[in-house]
Ligand binder design. Structure first.
Ligand code: GDP
Ligand code: GDP
Length: 459
């Protein structure tokens, strides 16, 4: 019996492309296989010196809309039952979508052996999608490009022990932790905004918060306004300026449109425009109006910026109109902690866009948030830290199982993402992850940036 691998995942992630790469022209005659219907393609795969059978669950695109979901599910379930292991493919470029979760659920319910792969990740594309894939809770994703043949060696390395175990019933070899596994990967070192590439910020907030006043104040004096940038005008409007020596590209929402006399329906524009600006930005400045701070709309966009993995700085505008500054500041901080706990530690700066007061502090906060967002912490320091955290507060032993956190490394920056090798990660309570994230934030001084923590199963 040959080892069988099923390629599963939603349509268009690249399953067929991968299948074709593995099988080449050695496509088995599906009709001749008892029990295998036309919708499951089967082929003899060759990967380096490995030989195995591969099942492709693609070809569902022909299904009618109503039945697509159901058919996809049944087909996947059948493929999973036939296979020794599943290669679950997601699209690193589009990130993890709700449809991917459906497949993750099937794989979990069937207790399938899963190799997770983030496809279309050639070159540097799909970094964020790759990181998102960790959150599926199916282990560390492989970076693949089915089209360009990248990541095939890594795929072979994942498959080899499974194939050997299945075909020779050989004793399983204790997996080794490769201490350097994430060292020297393609995460760039911190690129200071002075080194040519402008700092990319977005100013978002409710209508009349003072966004255009703020941006005009920033760009006003030096008159380096270059106007809407060619190529991105369809998605967002930006200006590039030299902000006190820092090349800065500011993505605007309603403010600049108003200036560009494109539209003036601010109420309608601000949210969806804000969303677009957030996508382009490295640091998002959420501009609040001191007279009506933390409105629903502010909370939504701040939350979105966090979920998109952007560094966030809160700026409270129109501070010049506030009489009781001390009391107000205390109240604002209390509201911030209560209403936006996901942004714990993000800087809150009071400014007056009108007078320019506080703008220098805002600039410094933005630069610091950007630096933290880009930061990489050496693995040795992380593991020393982890040891201390574990001693201070050992993980619980739910169902009598001791959860061991063995090793951690920073897999990503922009924003920082950490992987912890862990036994029984599914049993680790969320409160313990929060303890670690808050500890990272405090001990490594990382305010104003989302921190992602992923548990990877390793016994
Ligand atoms: P399936 O529906 O999951 O079988 O997906 P396909 O194999 O048909 O691929 C869907 C689309 O993604 C096609 O246009 C492929 O050319 C493209 N594609 C597949 N793999 C890659 C890849 O590694 N990189 C890029 N950029 N595109 C890919
Ligand atoms: P936008 O809709 O967010 O772009 O807001 P605008 O920049 O158009 O500002 C809305 C109103 O608030 C205008 O009347 C501004 O003059 C006023 N405004 C903006 N910033 C300040 C500030 O710091 N202090 C005061 N007092 N008024 C401000």
């Amino acid at each position: 019996m040959s080892f069988t691998l099923a390629i599963v995942g939603r349509p268009n992630v690249g399953k067929s492309t991968l299948f074709n790469r593995l099988v080449g022209k050695r496509l088995a005659l599906v009709d001749d296989q008892p029990g295998v219907t036309r919708d499951l393609r089967e082929g003899d795969a060759r990967l380096g010196d490995l030989r195995f059978t591969v099942i492709d669950t693609a070809g569902l695109e022909e299904a009618t809309d109503e039945s697509l979901q159901g058919r996809m599910r049944r087909l996947t379930e059948r493929a999973v039952e036939m296979a020794d292991a599943c290669l679950f493919v997601v699209d690193a470029r589009s990130g993890v979508l709700p449809a991917d979760e459906v497949f993750a659920d099937i794989l979990r319910k069937k207790s399938a052996r899963v190799i997770l792969a983030a496809n279309k990740a050639e070159g540097r594309a799909g970094e964020s999608g790759l990181l998102e894939a960790y959150a599926l809770g199916l282990g560390e994703p492989l970076r693949l490009s089915a089209e360009h043949g990248e990541g095939m060696g890594e795929l072979a390395a994942e498959l080899r022990p499974l194939i050997e175990a299945a075909t020779e019933s050989a004793p399983e070899v204790e997996p080794q932790v490769d201490i350097d596994v994430d060292e020297g990967d393609e995460v760039p070192d911190y690129v200071a905004p002075h080194s040519g590439k402008p700092l990319q910020i977005a100013v978002v907030g409710r209508p009349n918060a003072g966004k255009s006043t703020l941006i005009n104040k920033i760009i006003g004096e030096d008159r380096l306004l270059t106007g809407p940038e060619a190529g991105i005008t369809r998605d967002a409007i930006s200006v590039t300026t030299d902000w006190q020596g820092t090349p800065t590209r500011i993505f605007d929402t309603a403010g600049m449109r108003k200036k560009a006399k494109v539209q003036d329906k601010l109420e309608k524009l601000s949210v969806s425009d804000g969303l677009r600006a957030v996508k382009f930005a490295e640091v998002v400045v959420v501009l609040l109006d001191v007279n009506i701070p933390f409105e629903q709309q502010d909370l939504r966009i701040a939350d979105l910026a966090e979920r998109e993995g952007r560094a966030v700085v809160l700026a409270v505008n129109k501070w010049d109109t506030e009489g009781e500054k001390q009391d107000k500041l205390r109240a604002l901080k209390e509201q911030f902690n209560r209403l936006l706990p996901q942004l714990r530690g993000a800087p809150l700066i009071t400014v007056s866009a009108l007078t320019g007061r506080g703008l220098e502090r805002l600039r410094e906060a933005i630069l610091e948030a950007h630096e933290v967002w880009n930061r990489r912490i050496p693995t040795a320091a992380l593991n020393r830290w982890l040891t201390g955290m574990l001693e201070q507060h050992p993980p619980p032993a739910p169902q009598g199982k001791r959860i061991k956190l063995r090793y951690m490394t920073q897999a990503k920056s922009r924003p920082p993402g950490f992987v912890v090798m862990c036994s029984h990660p599914q049993l680790l309570p969320a409160s313990y992850s929060r303890y670690l994230v808050n500890g990272l934030r405090d001990d490594f001084d990382m305010p104003g940036t989302p921190i992602r923590l992923f548990m990877r199963s390793q016994n």
